[in-house]
Design a protein around this ligand. Structure first.
Ligand code: GLU
Length: 548
């Protein structure tokens, strides 16, 4: 029996040869330095913030080098796939403006290196596994799960290294005749790599992010094809990234220890080894220890969480970029007029260890981002958010469009713009009192002046004697001072500080009474602008409500 016939017996019905596929997917014709990379999720329907972070880095690296970024779906572990998982992932990524040049889309595959879904590439993997068998670099293994488990227990008991290697690799030494016999007996099998590695030798490599490293060589005969005929992650990674002509493997650093295995696979398959860039995880403090943000434990692990909150995508991207390259914030500070897209990401400046996920910093970035938007943009984004998450606010925003834009415009176009809105889910919480439908008369807990008669006096004197909707801001302010003085409060803070005993209080106490009566809040954006928007009729009504 020739080795070809032997390989045919082990992997029957393979349509094409490895050489055929090599020809089908030629080298890409790209300029020197162009990065070809991918985002390769399993279709679980869930995008983790850490995954978004890697996808962002991959897409930006490809884009800034005029390379290619593609989406590959890794669905060989059928247990992890869910219906519609792929569409959910695509929807989530679109929301964050992660764009793919190639790969799986909602309307099928785009690009010449597909199929981009692993379950559709069975013949390709098997063609290459067959090549390895022919070359005596891979072999079928008939050991059952329970046999493997029993071996592991012995290894544990003897304190030996776990795994299928050296003397533990029983099927490695089966003769062709034995294999043929077992197959004709109907025994089940997987395919393992025949590793030429030596665990006592060091394997050195250079990670684009983590730098130079040394790990033991791989001597494990790890599985490459499972009993269902589908590849393991290791094998699929080598075949796909070679045939899709990826230049860089940008992925989470849980895969870092597998580099010796992967490099060995590339070499044994006769492929050029790609560059690896392992991204350090986002961490969280939990009971005094640091751990990766976890899908199971942390709601903020899912990117849908940010969508629900209404944190603008750009703010999340800006935050992730500050994590990716620590010099980004400084660059942004120095290049205020530039588009953040112009910043060049550098692998060498990426963190080599985990980074604490700083939610407060993200919120701060979000606040700053929203503060720089135009009022009409805030309106549009608040409306989009409300359409999904808050019907009541949606109706108010739609009914009072111009009025709402004016609300958002208060203290906006100025050097230090207002920063009360941290995310769009926070809009109602910040501006509800501007809508009569939501307004509640105040509870006077927080202001200095508690006496109802005094409050009544202040409100009535103001509205009857001083308030004029046509006043400009300076006149308005002068009148507030005059009102204060008239009622025995200091109009100037300086006077009050010099002789506090001469006054009932000062101008801030007066404006607090007005602010609370009109808005039911002790802190709001500019009171003059609020009065302008409310107008005299509603002001009177609210004052009356507050006195009841
Ligand atoms: N499907 C793998 C994962 O979800 C992808 C790792 C890679 O990018 O190679 O972890």
């Amino acid at each position: 029996m020739t080795r070809e016939e032997y390989a045919d017996l082990i992997l029957p019905n393979v349509k094409h040869t490895a050489a055929y596929y090599e020809q089908l997917y030629p080298e890409r014709d790209l300029a020197e330095g162009a990065i070809v990379t991918r985002y390769a999720p399993s279709p679980t329907g869930f995008v983790h913030i850490g995954a978004l972070y890697s996808a962002f880095i991959g897409s930006k690296m490809a884009q800034q080098t005029n390379g290619v970024f593609f989406l590959r779906i890794e669905d060989t572990d059928q247990k992890r796939s869910i219906d519609d998982g792929v569409n959910k992932i695509i929807d989530d990524l679109i929301k964050f403006d992660i764009n793919f040049d190639e790969g799986v889309t909602k309307d099928g595959d785009k690009g010449a290196y597909g199929p981009y879904t692993q379950s559709q590439r069975k013949d390709i993997y098997q063609a290459f596994a067959k090549k390895l068998i022919i070359e005596d670099k891979a072999y079928p293994c008939f050991c059952s799960e329970s046999q493997n488990k029993a071996e592991r227990e012995v290894q544990e008991k003897n304190k030996e290294r776990l795994g299928y290697y050296g003397k533990w690799a029983k099927c490695r030494h089966l003769s062709m005749e034995e294999v043929v016999q077992k197959i004709s007996n109907g025994e089940k099998y997987i395919i393992r790599l025949k590793s030429p590695g030596d665990f006592n030798k060091r394997f050195t490599f250079k990670d684009c992010i983590k730098g130079k490293a040394e790990l033991p060589e791989n001597d494990e005969d790890f599985p490459i094809i499972k009993s269902d005929g589908l590849p393991t992650y290791h094998f699929a990674h080598a075949i796909d990234d070679h045939l899709m002509r990826s230049t860089h493997i940008i992925r989470g650093d849980e895969w870092y220890p597998s580099v010796p295995k992967h490099t060995q696979l590339f070499v044994m398959l006769g492929f050029k080894v790609p560059k690896y860039a392992h991204i350090s995880p986002l961490l969280k403090e939990d009971n005094g220890t640091r751990r990766k943000i976890s899908k199971r434990k942390d709601p903020e692990a899912a990117i849908s969480f940010y969508h629900e909150k209404g944190i603008p995508n750009q703010a999340i991207m800006l935050y992730l970029e500050t994590v990716a390259n620590s010099n980004f914030e400084m660059w942004l500070e120095q290049n205020k007029d530039k588009d953040p897209e112009e910043f060049i990401l550098d692998f060498k400046k990426m963190p080599t260890g985990g980074t604490m996920f700083d939610y407060d910093k993200l919120i701060n970035i979000s606040k700053n981002y929203i503060s720089r938007l135009k009022a009409s943009e805030v309106y549009d984004l608040a409306l989009v958010h409300a359409q999904t998450y808050d019907k009541e606010l949606e109706e108010l925003l739609e009914k009072y469009k111009d009025y709402s834009i004016k609300i958002f415009n208060i203290e906006r176009n100025q050097k230090k713009p207002r920063k009360d809105i941290a995310y769009f889910g926070d809009v109602k919480n910040q501006i509800w009192y501007m809508y009569d439908e939501l307004f509640n008369p105040p509870v006077y807990e927080w202001q200095k002046i508690q006496d109802k008669n005094e409050i009544k006096l202040i409100l009535n004197t103001y509205i009857n004697e001083y308030y004029d909707n046509n006043d400009d801001k300076d006149t308005w302010f002068q009148k507030m001072k005059t009102l204060a003085n008239k009622l025995g409060y200091a109009g100037e803070m300086k006077d009050y500080k010099e002789n506090p005993d001469n006054y009932k209080g000062n101008i801030t106490d007066i404006s607090m009474v007005l602010r609370v009566a009109l808005t039911s809040k002790s802190m709001t954006p500019d009171l003059y602008d609020i009065m302008q928007l409310l107008g005299p009729e509603r002001m009177k009504k609210r004052m009356e409500m507050s006195l009841q």
